[in-house]
Design a protein around this ligand. Structure first.
Ligand code: 9MR
Length: 593
């Protein structure tokens, strides 16, 4: 078993570069220049940020032989609103030669790569991470390499919890609810977050389906005639359908009573339950299944599923209409029922956004204007980045994609879909405001300039999520400024940020090594499972009592409040919803190249 040791800091300690024409044999420090550590495209913007301590204004790019291939100067500086630290920006976009280089500024250096498919590998790993999260099946060596593991959590003998009891399924009834993905660093399966993750990914698919269809993944289904992306998502959808009760309502989650320790799946012993049916779970399911019914119908292998998915979506929506206000209140349930459940709540008290999303998707799946009418009753006044608890943005994306992009709607023009245009205007107002922050930002991105950008899961929900919104805007307007903003968000995520971490496991020079993930911790392998996005800086530090004994967080500044240690669930967990944004962002960027 691994301990909580910090990863090889040696990588970032002082390194000697020989053959460097500027500072022959001078020790260079490798953590003061921040770049996207995975790679830049030849034609794209390439910006590096110099941290305090870099003793130069002039920057050089050296090739593998140490030859200077580009020289430039700092173009501007910005002061962090939290730490007061000054950061200086260097733009080397005009250098477009493919290769791997060393950026040198005085005493500091950093490796940069320029490649045609700069984000191709990380994009694929982000999607293949879902295979590694599969439950109930063996994870096979031919696809997962050293991360292969035996099957566990079969979930064929699940008890109906008293909170979910009905006359036909009294408490203790056994149901079978196998497959699907582990939600996050824990081993449970939650409908709200599953629905959101699938919905976000399927929207990514609608943005660039030709690109998605052409990608092959290392998964067992990669020999059939269906895009591997859809095969992987089906693995979760097939679980979701088992969570629907006979009356159409959805169990909120399938869970053990208490989070497991950091043990292997095969060692888990707790009985698992399905708990209370809720409005949010039912509506998120309705939206997801309606989308799936449209997108899977084209494949004969999935025709029966697509048919069934639509019926289930309608049934779940009817249940929610009859039960429009049933929230998941875990404390209240624990006061009433045994066993007590203390795992993730995904508790939401407002369902207008879920009604908007589900009605929107049912409209596009059925063409029934009744659903369009319902959607219009719930349309929000403003755009907000979609999250598991605020899903209206997903519906706005759908209206925008369908209504604005002619090809997606059989040639309909934007003028013919004024409702879609309204949603686009709201979204662009939000996004343009953030782009206006770039020229004065520390890391040359529309993200990370406000304290509210940081919090639990921010790397997914606010950073990659913002990038996806820019991709939707780009698709709708064909204005390059939005693609550009999405790529700046990717740069931030992949290393050009205050901590200097590349936040996707297995990638970059400064890697996340200790995510809060039971699979990674319990597997006897030093490196974590690859392709997972770490939650990100979270100044609220809700896990402080757990990490205090280990030295606590290295910083309280909003953008530096991140701790790469396993116990840090509030800054270093991984989760399917966060990876869903990551996939949509990285695949969308690759597709646009
Ligand atoms: O992503 C969720 C975050 O928005 C909440 O603030 C947090 C606390 O309720 O829970 C997060 O979701 C966790 C879920 O409840 C259980 N699996 C792990 C999820 C990621 O941390």
């Amino acid at each position: 078993m691994k301990n909580y040791s910090v990863f090889a800091a040696a990588l970032f300690a002082v390194v000697l570069i020989c053959g460097c024409s500027t500072k022959m044999n001078t020790p260079l420090t490798y953590d003061l220049i921040k770049v996207n550590q995975v790679g830049y495209y030849p034609q794209s913007e390439k910006v590096a940020v110099l941290e305090e301590g870099v003793e130069a204004d002039q920057i050089q790019l050296l090739d593998a032989k140490g030859k200077v291939v580009w020289t430039g100067m700092v173009s501007r500086q910005a002061v962090s609103p939290w730490s007061g630290k000054t950061r200086r920006i260097v733009d080397f976009s005009d250098f477009q030669q493919l290769g791997t280089y060393t950026l040198v500024a005085g005493n500091a250096a950093q490796v940069v790569t320029i490649a045609e498919h700069a984000l191709g590998d990380v994009a694929k790993a982000a999607m293949e991470s879902f295979y590694l999260q599969r439950t109930g099946v063996a994870i096979e060596e031919q696809y997962a390499g050293i991360y292969a593991r035996p099957a566990a959590h079969f979930d064929t003998c699940i008890l109906v919890h008293p909170s979910a009891a009905t006359i036909s399924r009294p408490a203790g009834t056994i149901i079978s609810s196998p497959y699907g993905w582990y939600d996050a660093g824990d081993y449970n399966k939650y409908i709200v977050n599953s629905g959101f993750a699938v919905g976000q990914m399927l929207l990514g698919y609608e943005l660039a389906s030709e690109y998605y269809d052409a990608q092959s993944l290392r998964i067992p289904e990669n020999q059939n005639d269906v895009p591997d992306f859809l095969d992987e998502i089906y693995f979760n959808l097939r679980w979701m359908v088992t969570m629907q009760d006979e009356d159409g309502g959805l169990y909120h989650k399938l869970t053990e009573p208490h989070f497991e320790g950091f043990i292997r799946p095969v060692d888990c012993q707790q009985q698992r339950y399905v708990v209370k049916k809720t409005t949010a779970a039912s509506l998120d399911f309705a939206a997801t299944m309606a989308m799936a019914s449209r997108l899977y119908a084209a494949y004969p292998e999935y025709a029966a599923f697509a048919d069934d998915a639509l019926k289930r979506a309608i049934h779940a929506f009817e249940w929610a209409e009859a039960n429009p206000n049933i929230e998941y209140d875990q404390n209240a349930l624990n006061a009433q029922y045994e066993p007590h459940i203390t795992t993730g709540a995904y508790d939401d008290k407002h369902f207008e956004d879920e009604f908007f999303w589900a009605a929107t998707e049912l409209f596009f799946a059925t063409g029934d204007i009744r659903y369009e009418d319902i959607a219009r009753q719930y349309v929000p006044a403003e755009f907000a980045l979609p999250t598991w608890g605020e899903v209206s943005g997903l519906a706005m994306y759908e209206w925008i994609i369908k209504g604005v992009h002619p090809a997606a709607n059989g040639g309909a023009k934007i003028a013919e879909l004024p409702f879609a245009k309204e949603q686009l205007v709201k979204m662009l107002a939000h996004l343009d405001e953030r782009i206006a922050e770039v020229p004065t930002s520390c890391y040359n991105a529309p993200y990370g300039n406000r304290e509210a950008d940081f919090g639990w899961g921010c790397n997914g929900e606010f950073l990659a999520g913002q990038g996806v919104a820019y991709l939707v805007a780009y698709r709708a307007t064909e204005n390059d400024a939005y693609l550009h903003a999405a790529m700046q968000d990717a740069d931030y995520l992949l290393g050009r940020n205050a901590t200097g971490y590349c936040y996707v496991t297995g990638f970059g020079q400064k890697q996340v090594m200790n995510p809060h993930q039971r699979l990674s911790f319990s597997d006897d392998i030093e490196a974590p499972l690859p392709g997972f996005l770490a939650g990100g800086p979270n100044p609220k530090q809700q896990d402080l009592s757990e990490v205090k004994a280990l030295g606590g967080y290295p910083s309280n500044f909003a953008d530096e409040s991140y701790l790469d240690l396993t116990p840090s669930y509030a800054s270093n967990e991984i989760a399917i919803n966060w990876n869903a944004y990551l996939v949509a962002l990285l695949w969308g960027i690759e597709a646009a190249q």
